[in-house]
Write a protein that binds this ligand. Sequence first.
Ligand code: GLC
Ligand code: MG
Length: 528
Amino acid sequence: MAPDATPWWRDATVYQVYPRSFQDSDGDGVGDLEGIRRRLPYLAWLGVDAVWLSPIYTSPMADFGYDISDHCDVDPLFGTLADFDRLVAEAHSLGLKLLLDYVPNHTSDRHPWFEDARAGGAHRDWYLWRDGTAERPPNNWLSSFGGPAWTWDEQAGAWYYHAYLAEQPDLNWRNPEVRSAMAGVARFWLERGADGFRIDALRQAMKDDQWRDNPPNPDWRQGDDPYHALLQEFSADRPEVAEVVAVLRDAAEAAHAADGRERLLIGELYLPVERLMAYYGYGIDLPFNFHLLQTPWRAADVGALVETYEAALPDGAWPNWVLSNHDRPRVATRVGPGQARAAAVLLLTLRGTPTLYYGDELGMPDADIAPEQVQDPWGLRDPAHGRDRARTPMPWDDSPHAGFCDAGARPWLPLSDDAATRHVARQREDPDSILMLHRDLLALRRAEPALTAGAYRTVALEGDVLAYLRGERVLVALNLGEAPGEVRLPGLSATVALGTARGRAGQRIAGGAVLGGGEALVARLDHS
Ligand code: GLC
Ligand code: MG
């Protein structure tokens, strides 16, 4: 590819699959690679471009695959390397890219590297050990899942650091042997066909070399998440994270040079907008922009976020947007059912690469998970943070378990309450469904270059209504409130291409519009 050509991922939509919950093929109630392979035609039909799989590697599953004990194999629960090869080949034959999760920050405590490190072997310095006594951890750092980030290891007679569970010891990326081993992991999958990585917990991959205490967070109040009682000043977003990115960038460039296929690097980064921007400079293509996950669903707030984010982007940097993922409540639950369609229009018409979380295209809500059904290790420690409710099986049709697994199998998590009626088969037949809205939006993105390449410009922010232009051709208007709202659009006239109220397509807009509660529309400007 010529160096100035647009990389494929700028025009792409990424679809996140949580492998345990997409499709079971072998009757164990847990989704697997063969199940995903069988559902690829659905994703091609939907119109997404790239599929990102949460981890599929060998794992004791303390954190459902984010605790890896063999980076270069597939967990038997999900299948085999041969299943992966079939999956990637079929994805490519359907024109879909396949992205994998890459977990640099930590391994499983059952990884042979850690077992050897613990026993004082050659891998000792691959992890982060501090001497001391069992009474007092080396500093005040906290685990994201609660409690101290240090565990005293009897066998080693030392503390080890873990940003997450004690079963997920952090790797020592200052050690060149770790860098070269983890570069090998990246090459292994890129050479096997992966089109890039979503890089897990990237901000935490390097820590302060002096292990300084984190300072207290002055905004923290009693009752808030205890993790946020401290600012993560010394345990996250250190400038040396750039060195980790460089290792992955090198692997991506080498794979690109070898086979001519451009690889994408996405970084999982819960950081303020201005800090996200540094990661473009480090070599991340898309530092995940999670700000819609926490911005109040009000036109003024969403509009201000988009402006702030657009203005902060460095030259040449490409934006991206996320509405849900496997760690947060689903968008339909956050914004409410009356706003889920407007949310889809927003995600798929903002400038930048969108990431769509499986099931969101059905308007799927968070499920109720009874205490005895909780699987998530974070939810077991702190029910308020339980992530199972956003990880329930994909509902496909009206067969038992909504077609996710065989009738005789027991799904690893319950299906969402409305799975008997909210499923792919039914929504495919219904032109008014939120699934068909997603499909039509994705088709419009392909047909209308302004929706991918056109500049973003706010044209109105009036009450609950936000309206913006994409390039000189497309107008988008969204009513983020429950009541009807009017927006003035002086001097603009357009024809509706697509709306959440499907009957509006073809209608004319001149100088303004009235939108019903939760209504959104995309229109083509007349002069273009
Ligand atoms: C990331 C993942 C999350 C996981 C954590 C530890 O935040 O998205 O699911 O628990 O990293 O790997
Ligand atoms: Mg299975």
